[in-house]
Every structure is written in C-alpha cells, then in structure tokens.
Design a protein around this ligand. Structure first.
Ligand code: MOS
Length: 707
C-alpha cells in the first residue's frame, strides 16, 4: 500500500465543495466581518487619523487605530524564533512597510466593513526609505563566510573561469486560498479557524501577542488551500480577528484581499549573487564561490540561504560562500517555495552552464565529472547520493544526445530551439513529531496529529502508512489533522511534514501491534476482533519521530534529496517570446509514499522553476516602496498555456540513514535548480545569456540573432 499512487482521500469532498476552508467553516456560525486599512506610505508615521465617519457608518461595530487598539505583547526582533514570534498590530503610529495596518474595522457585513474603512482619513508624516538592493562592492559587509582553500588564487590560475553577477527578484507565495481567520472567544477560550501551515507554533506567537497562555487557544486548519511558505508565521488576520472577538464577544471573520496578501504577508527577498567558478581543461572544478546580498528588514532575521545551497552539490577544493544583508523598508522576508534552493540553484546552475560553454563540454558531463559523496560544510559523507543517477537517467529519457551543441543553431519555423539541464538538491530536515494512533473496537483506526495538509496529500499518505502497518484497509482509517489539541509535530514546511508524520505514525502502529501480540500472539486474522476481545475500550499509542539533532545517523551522514531537470524551449526569433516545449525531472528522494501525490508535488515544484525563470517578479517602486505589480493582473505566474505536458520520474530509492521508512521530503525538491534548466535552454536556443531573472522578452530582444 505504501508507494501506490492512490488518489487523495480528501479529493471527493474537495471537488464537491464539502471540504470547508477556514473562512467557510459552518460550525463557526454567523460572524462579524473585519477589514484592514493599510498605510499608503512605506515609512514614517500616522500624523492624523479621522475615524468619526467610519464609526457612524451602517453596521459598524468597532473601529480601531493605534490610539484605541487593545494593549498587546511587545514585538520581538531578531532574537525571537520567527515561527513563534509575537506580532502586535496597531501598536504605535509607526509605519515600517507599505500596507502596515493603520486601522481595523469590524462590521456586520464584509461590504459594510470595507465601505467604512474607505471613510477613514489618514495623514502621514513621510520619511525617506531605503528600497533598493544596490550592488555588491568593497563596502559589502559579509556575514559568517564559509571558506576552504583560496578561491581568488584558483580564479587567477584558471584556466577556465566564470565570474558573473546574477539577480533574482522578489517572489510571493500567493496560495489559491486567501489568508483567512474566524476567531471565536467563549468562556476564556479562543478558537480559531485559521488557514495555517504550522498550528502549534502560531498559538505560541499569538499567545504572546494576546497575553494568553497557548493552552487557552485552539487552532483548527483542517483544510488549507495551499501555503507555499506564506502560512507558516503569524500574520495580521489572526491577531486582529482574535482581538476583535475578545472585545465584542462574537465570532469575527477576517479574510485578506488578494492585494493585501502582497503587503501583509512576507515575500521571498530579492538577491544579487556573484558566482565564481574555475576549472581545469578537463572540467574539474578548482573553485566554487557564491556570494549573495539579500534584502532583510531591520528587525528581522529571515536569512534565505541563496549562496549556500550549492555547498554539497559539487566537489571543489577552493570554496567560498557568504551572504550579506541589505536592510530595506519593506516587510520582512518569509519562506516562499523552496527558500534558498529556488533562487540559489537557478543562479549556480546557470553559471555551471556558462562554464560548460567555456570548456566546450557537455553540461551533463561537466556535472558528472564534479560529482561528490562528501558534504564540505558538515564534513560528513552524503547518504543516498543519487545526483549522477538522476542526470544519467534524465539525459537518456529526455534524448539529451540530440541537443543542439551550438547555441542558436536550431530552428523550427520562427522558433529558435534550445535544450538545458540543471541539477537539484535539497536538505532533508526531520524534526520531532508525535502522532497518536487509536484502534476503536467498532472497526476504526484513528490517527491524530497537528500536521496540516496544505493540498499536498498528507491525509492520504498517513492513511496508507497506518493501513499498511496495521494490516487494515484504508477505508477503515480516519486521519484527523491540523488541530492544536492533537499531538504536536512541526506542521507543513521545509518539506519535512511527510517524513515527520509518517515515521511517527508507523512507530505508533508498531507499538500497537506489540501490545496486541503480547495478548493475542501473531497469528490473528482480524485486528479489530482482537482489540474487541482484549481491549474493549480500544487501544492507543503515540509514536515519535526524532529531531535531526537527536538522531545519531544525522551526526554521521549529511542527508539530502537529489534531482535533475531537462528543458526544451522555443524562442520566437522576432519577438523573443519564450515557450517551454517539454520538461523532464528525475528525482531521488528516498522511498516514495504515494507515486501520484509525490509526482504531483514534484511537477508543481518544476512549474515554480519555470515561473522563476520566465515569469515571476515583484517590482518594488524605488521612490515610494510599494509593490507596483501587487495583484494577479500584473504579477505574472504561469497559466496552463505556459506549461505543456511535463513529466517527473522518481528513481527507486530508500535512505536508511534518514529514518527506518527510508522516506525523505519531496515538496520543494522539484523546484531546486529547475529554473536554471529553463534559463540554460533559452541560452542554448538564442546565444543570449540573461543573468537578471526573470528572462523576459525585453531582455532577450537586443541579442537575438538576425532572422
Ligand atoms: Mo515551505 S516555503 O517551508 O512552506
């Protein structure tokens, strides 16, 4: 049963509209409705705010500004764990990013709340802000360099070298389901229907903000319509809806608008990378340098590891990776779809393509020649290193040998055709998690965890593992997720949810089998009959997954997942329009729990790669610090027409160092270096190397070959 491509157990209720998302939970009953008014400047203070008209508007129950909002716990800066940090809102007149909430209205209907918010007059005292990332230069203050040998010397020696600067833009998670919360305060207990990836961590931060013990807060996130990192940390909707229900004694719903998610929820920081590679004539890397500046907010520490993700990708005796922060007056960065790897590998894998070109070497061969089985940062051997297998299998299946070896040499009518390849790699993180499994005598296995299913298939894979471990059909397993009163795990994020949750589930089932074996032996046919006979009240056990830091295998082996992606693009010779024609990803990510949901995750990740290479860019106005394209009309993401039939192959794999199930995370691996394979295909098609992502028509046009 484990591994089978079983369709999602929650599929039917989702496609028939019976799965209730946070803003639609029927058990919440009738609610009041909130609306946030965000600042129209990026830095300064509220000089005057006039709310009389809003207070008198129809249906309005409450209007808060910094002058009358309830006292909250103090904001925490970089010293606080970002996942458990307090987030007071309307706590002062200060505006620190465009869209900072300056007022909150609660009314009987959404329309009344929004209309009343429109009646609030705000005058600002504007201060000049910093909104541009600048350049890498002698004054750049690098943090915590990781160094081996001497990259400068190796670059002087060469003989083949690449030194290039790449830039990647701001990205937004922007899941389909808008950020929403229904908060209900009754008899000293706060219940939230909140769309979230990590429910337990949010109760900690929310508790600090509201000055409530986390035990007085229950969060329920049973169905989540995508997260992509944006539902990991506490945001304004949970804080303001909670404060309002506590003040009014009625349930309050607050759903952010699509535009507000661009300002009230964090983004992926923009980055500037300097990559330096040196190699011998036969393609052995002698130097690998990756230095990156990323945007951060003054009081925040989200450090997207753009420069460090290639550390264990290739062998090179001389290495330097380091990162610098540029403080800008925008909201803090947050995890967004493959943080670190997505921009970092797109850049590094483009530079590898430049090196292959200089060497006159097949880019697949260059990567194979620099394969390694050692992590130079952790100083550990790599477990289940399968990069070479992914590259070889991909090259074979894709037909890489037919690639145009000379850039801009192949045409199909008006289309210039190119092929590109890139490697992917992603850390396997495992954190402590507990899962409870209960066998009811009336014929149900019930699995309980606070893990969320953000559309990834958690409900299904957990049921598969429990069914297999107990020898019962999946139809007799009920999986109950995403409540803070369930055993604590670490939620959905960092691609750790599947391994964390299924390892703990399997251990709980093993403990149950052991208890049944002790009284019934091993030769029983019907586990429920034995439970009825020996445990008339049912039987339950909790299983645990060890955190990496407690796992002895993690001290002896560096654990990652691997992949390779191959792209074919066409570029219109007249307009520079880029169309992906086909793409293949080959991945080795440990044992696959469900071939269908895993493939879907990987293909989703590959589409993010296409999107990063060709479409997505948040544009920050350098004068006023607002998002110029903060909506779905202007922030481009791929549509169906941009993505032809693409495929993902999963190699048979099992990482016995990761855990006893051999399972690793898969959610973000698909993105990996995929953007790089698209960029490299564009170069191969046109001979134009665009180092400023995304690759748009305007950047390609000046260099396109003559018709
Ligand atoms: Mo992920 S960006 O850790 O949801």
């Amino acid at each position: 049963m484990i591994g089978e491509g079983i369709s999602r157990t929650d599929g039917p209720i989702k496609v028939t509209g019976r799965a209730a998302y946070s803003a639609e939970r029927p058990e919440a009953g009738a609610t009041l409705h909130g609306f946030v008014l965000g600042a129209g400047i990026a830095k300064g203070r509220v000089a005057r705010i006039e709310t009389v008209a809003a207070e008198a508007a129809p249906g309005v129950r409450l209007v808060w500004t910094h002058r009358n909002a309830p006292e909250q716990g103090a904001a925490e800066g970089i010293e606080g764990d970002m996942m458990e940090r307090a987030r007071p809102e309307l706590a002062s007149d200060r505006i620190t990013y465009y869209g900072t909430p300056v007022a909150f209205v609660v009314a009987e209907s959404f329309e009344e709340a929004r209309a009343a918010a429109g009646l609030i007059e705000v005058e600002y005292e504007v201060e000049a802000g910093a909104f541009e990332l600048g350049d890498i230069g002698p004054e750049t203050r690098w943090r915590r360099p990781s160094r081996a040998g001497d990259v400068d010397a190796a670059m002087r020696e060469g003989p083949a070298t690449v030194e290039a600067t790449y830039t990647t833009p701001y990205h937004f998670s922007q899941p389909m389901e808008l950020h929403a919360c229904i908060a209900d305060w009754r008899e000293g207990h706060l219940t939230l229907h909140l769309t979230a990836q990590m429910v337990n961590q949010i109760t900690v931060g929310l508790g600090k903000t509201l000055r409530l013990d986390p035990s007085a807060i229950t969060i329920d996130s049973a169905y989540v319509g995508g997260g992509f990192g944006s539902k990991i940390v506490l945001h304004a909707e949970a804080v303001l809806a909670s404060l309002a229900t506590m003040a009014l004694g009625q349930p309050v719903k607050l759903m952010l608008t699509r535009r507000q998610i661009f300002t009230l929820v964090g983004h992926r920081p923009a980055s500037i990378s300097r990559v330096r590679l040196a190699a011998t004539p036969d393609g052995r890397l002698t130097a690998l340098g990756h230095e990156a500046i990323i945007q951060v907010r003054t009081d925040d520490a989200w450090n997207e590891g753009v420069s460090t993700v290639g550390n264990a990708l290739y062998a090179a005796p001389n290495r330097l990776t380091r990162q610098a922060h540029r403080q800008l007056d925008v909201q803090p960065g947050e995890p967004v779809r493959g943080p670190g790897e997505l921009p970092g590998l797109m850049v590094l894998e483009s530079a590898m393509d430049e090196l292959a070109e200089k060497l006159g070497m097949d880019p697949v061969e260059l990567r194979l020649r620099n394969d390694t089985d050692y992590d130079p940062e952790k100083r550990l051997p790599l477990s289940a290193r399968r990069l070479a297998d992914c590259l070889r299998e991909g090259a074979e299946q894709f037909g890489w040998r037919d690639r145009p070896t000379v850039p801009a040499s192949r045409r199909d009518g008006r289309w210039l055709i190119g092929y590109g390849v890139a490697s992917s790699m992603r850390g396997h993180f495992q954190t402590s998690a507990e899962v409870l499994v209960r066998i009811d005598p009336d014929g149900w296995v019930i699995v309980r965890s606070d893990m969320t299913d953000i559309g990834t298939g958690t409900y299904t894979i957990v049921a598969q593992v429990a069914a297999e471990a107990l020898g019962v059909p999946m139809s007799q397993v009920k999986v109950e997720l995403a409540r803070t009163d369930h055993p604590k795990g670490n939620g959905a994020g960092g691609s750790w949810g599947a391994a964390n949750t299924t390892v703990a589930t399997d251990r709980a089932c093993a403990a149950l089998r052991e208890r049944i074996r002790a009284v019934a032996g091993t030769s029983y046919n019907d586990i429920f009959a034995e439970v009825r006979r020996h445990f008339p009240d049912g039987l339950e056990e909790t299983g645990k997954t060890l955190d990496n830091s407690e796992d002895p295998n993690y001290r002896t082996h560096a654990q990652y997942t691997y992949g390779a992606s191959f792209s074919e693009v066409g570029v219109d010779i007249d307009t520079g329009e880029v169309r992906l024609r086909r793409m293949l990803g080959v991945f080795a990510a440990g044992r696959i729990l469900n071939a269908k949901t895993a493939r879907s995750q990987l293909i989703g990740g590959m589409i993010w790669g296409v999107s990063a290479a060709l479409h997505e860019a948040g544009v920050l106005d350098p004068r006023h610090g607002h998002w110029v394209n903060g909506d779905f009309a202007e922030y481009l993401i791929p549509t169906h027409a941009d993505i032809p039939a693409i495929d993902a192959i999963m190699l048979e794999d099992f990482d016995d160092k990761a855990n006893h199930l051999g399972v690793k995370g898969i959610g973000e691996l698909g993105a990996g270096g995929t953007g790089g394979s698209v960029a490299n295909a564009v170069y191969n098609a046109t001979g134009v190397r665009v180092r400023d992502f995304p690759i748009t028509l305007a950047k390609l046009l000046p260099g396109l070959p003559a018709r």
